[in-house]
Design a protein around this ligand. Structure first.
Ligand SMILES: Nc1ncnc2c1ncn2[C@@H]1O[C@H](COP(=O)(O)OP(=O)(O)OP(=O)(O)O)[C@@H](O)[C@H]1O
Length: 679
């Protein structure tokens, strides 16, 4: 029967059934075996602190999300859908009261995150990778312990099933919205998570892509997975594809149960869905108050989510039995709730198998679904070999591969991005060569001229300025641009923050080093600084370190602030360091109460290092082409700069120390930012 024809049927013909034919074959047989997971929550209250008051966003809602079912979380805008999803995924944990259970045991968040994947609304994909590369990275990180041939089989199977095989070599930026969504799913599917959360998976998709996307989710659910997604207002055709509906209004549950029972259930409460009206639109309209204030009535009828209109019958109430050891288990199914409020024909026994984390399979009830199309479809579609029946007792590792492997995989990916982003690389190279030649031409051959020492000091200072800005501005954007992908990948346990951070911070160092060496070589020899390998080496070392420290400043600012503040603050914050570098004011002339700033100024150490490399270490007198050259003797220059007693090694050590402190600080800022994003 054509799917749309449901709208043309009178409401009392409840046996209308749409045949959903998933567009993709289900051949996911190579995926790692994972346990089935049922999720339930009880009296969830979520509060956020506002300026002077507290705002309750979720008001003691309860609910049940079962394996093998595709559940939609719906509700008017601002009802709390995303908040509930974020709480169920474990993305938000602060300000939360109530209980969440996994297979009837209190949720252990760390364990749960290994079993679940959260696919966020905006896909969060790296634009500079092909589909194949993205899948390979995901597979290496998530199932790195498997042999590469096995990983390849898994990737092929997923890409085939999700219809992405012919797009293997397409860059992710070139994929359509629907393909991006499928790729997001494919990346997480590599580790075969038994629970998958989707935030608005159909947003931005046309109706055909929406259908494909929900078909895919349904296929995943049919394989025994627990699939939960928020959705705004699906068409009648999409709505029918969901097994279970959880509806929120103003932070409370107004309906929980089978999508097929929504209209009859509302009917029992005197809310008749008009003929030819989309039930999904109707429940939203009811929740918005378009048919009067029914929220209280609905919340009471459904006991704020404690009831479940499953195939017309309230879900058995969870009567908790606290065991001696403090854990909870569920008694036999009861079928008592709300039977008075619903017609007898809805009464049914749900099918539900609860699996404990200890591997104990507790069969709560194995009811026969009376003519249940959902159950029948499942038995047709399920490839239950995908999911094993129990959760392993052995402690699963936190990540799919070791932290060292994670580091190398992320580093390789970051280097690939740099290679792909050749415009920026060429721009940087071009800028270093061009500015080097310009400076070389401006200060041409002045290095050994006793009459041009002050100009040469200007040259030394400009080097610091140039290296500082070019290195810092590149890295300010590193973390803000990567943040959305980092949030997703880190949350979904692709890699640890340490491995990621180390890889990202090290990935740009070789490029910056090469650009710096090119620049310094050009200017050093064009300006005729002393032709001595040791002096050149010392000069270069100071310049390299200044540029690495400036890179670190960029990373700290990028990790700690948003783009707008960072782009403004980083250059402004550098001004004091430039002022106290020793070029504008000698150390003795600085007021005592401000001298401490000079100790923090990495520009000072860099400037001092290059000045010492140029004029110290018993440099012979300079040439003088005029009658009197005040700075003919290099010692005079050092004296003038208050650098007679300066020690080159201390400058280098100070630069290394500042570099390390800043890199560590950037890591902690990044960690804080990740946490605050999830608060
Ligand atoms: N950190 C916060 N501070 C203050 N209010 C918040 C915060 N987070 C969420 N809210 C409020 O909680 C309510 C629910 O937000 P949520 O994003 O969960 O709604 P939603 O149902 O997903 O809405 P939409 O469909 O428009 O995305 C909204 O009124 C929102 O303004």
């Amino acid at each position: 029967m054509a799917a749309d024809s449901i709208l043309l049927q009178p409401r009392n013909q409840t046996d209308v059934k749409i045949d959903i034919i998933p567009s993709q074959p289900k051949t996911l047989t190579h995926l790692p075996k994972r346990p089935k997971v049922d999720l339930s929550f009880e009296d969830l209250k979520y509060t956020v602190n506002q300026q002077k008051s507290e705002k309750i966003i979720l008001k003691c809602v309860s609910g049940q999300l079962r394996s093998g079912e595709l559940t939609a979380i719906m509700g008017p805008s601002g009802a709390g859908k995303s908040t509930l999803l974020n709480i169920l995924t474990g993305y938000k944990t602060r300000g939360l009261e109530g209980n969440i259970y996994v297979n009837n045991f209190p949720r252990n968040l760390s364990q749960f995150r290994k079993l679940s994947a959260y696919i966020m609304q905006d896909n969060q994909l790296h634009a500079n990778l092909t589909v194949d590369e993205a899948m390979t990275v995901a597979a290496k990180l998530k199932i790195g312990s498997k042999k590469s041939k096995e990983r390849e089989e898994i990737i092929n199977e997923i890409l085939d099933t999700l219809g992405l095989r012919e797009h293997r070599s397409t860059m992710t930026s070139g994929l359509s919205g629907g393909q991006k969504k499928r790729l997001s799913i494919a990346l997480e599917l590599v580790s075969n998570p038994p629970v998958m959360f989707f935030d608005e998976p159909t947003s931005g998709l046309d109706s055909s892509s929406c259908f494909q996307c929900i078909s895919l989710l349904r296929t995943l659910a049919s394989g025994g997975r627990t699939i939960i997604c928020t959705i705004h207002q699906p068409s009648a055709r999409l709505f029918e594809m969901f097994d279970q509906l959880y509806t929120l209004a103003d932070g409370q549950c107004v309906y929980q149960g089978s999508t097929k029972q929504l209209v009859p259930f509302l009917g029992t409460l005197g809310l008749q869905c008009p003929s030819y009206h989309n039930p999904a639109s109707f429940i939203i309209e009811v929740a918005c108050g378009e048919y009067g204030d029914n929220t209280k009535k609905l919340v009471e009828a459904i006991d704020n989510g404690k009831e479940d209109i499953k195939l017309g019958q309230p879900f058995p109430q969870r009567a908790k039995e606290v065991l001696n050891n403090g854990s909870e288990k569920y008694p036999e199914t009861q079928k008592n709730l709300n039977e008075n409020t619903l017609p007898d024909k809805f009464v049914n026994t749900p099918s539900n198998i609860h699996v404990g984390f200890e591997g104990i399979v507790t069969e709560v009830s194995k009811g026969v679904a009376n003519g249940s199309s959902v159950a029948n479809e499942k038995s047709e579609n399920v490839d239950s070999s995908l999911l094993e029946d129990s959760i392993s007792t052995t402690q699963q590792p936190r990540y799919g591969t070791s932290q060292l492997n994670q580091f190398f995989i992320v580093l390789k990916r970051a280097l690939l991005f740099s290679r792909r982003d050749w415009t920026l690389m060429y721009l940087r190279l071009f800028a270093h060569i061009l500015v080097g030649l310009l400076i070389g031409a401006l200060y041409y051959d002045i290095g050994n001229d006793g009459n041009k020492v002050l100009s040469n000091l200007g040259f030394l200072f400009f080097n610091m300025l140039f290296l500082m800005y070019t290195s810092m501005t590149i890295t300010i954007l590193s973390f803000p641009l990567e943040m959305p992908v980092l949030l997703k990948e880190n949350f979904n346990r692709w890699y640890s923050l340490k491995s990621y951070y180390l890889a990202i911070t090290l990935s740009d160092i070789p490029f910056q080093a090469i650009f710096c060496i090119i620049y310094v070589t050009i200017v050093y020899f064009m300006t005729s600084q002393p032709y001595e390998a040791s002096r050149f080496g010392m000069f270069l070392a100071a310049c390299l370190l200044v540029s690495f420290v400036a890179q670190s400043v960029g990373l700290v600012v990028g990790a700690a602030m948003n783009v707008q503040n960072g782009v403004f603050l980083a250059p402004v914050m550098s001004v004091p360091f430039l002022l106290f570098s020793g070029f504008f004011v000698s150390f003795d002339a600085i007021p005592i109460y401000l001298r401490w700033i000079t100790y923090l100024s990495y520009i000072r150490y860099g400037f001092e290092g290059t000045a010492l490399a140029t004029y110290s270490f018993n440099r012979p007198k300079l040439m003088c082409s005029v009658q009197y050259c005040h700075f003919k003797d290099p010692t005079t220059t050092l004296e003038e700069l208050d650098m007679l007693n300066a020690n080159y090694n201390i400058d280098i050590i100070a630069l290394i120390a500042i570099f390390l402190v800043l890199r560590i600080a950037a890591y902690f800022f990044l960690r804080w930012k990740l946490k605050s994003n999830r608060a």
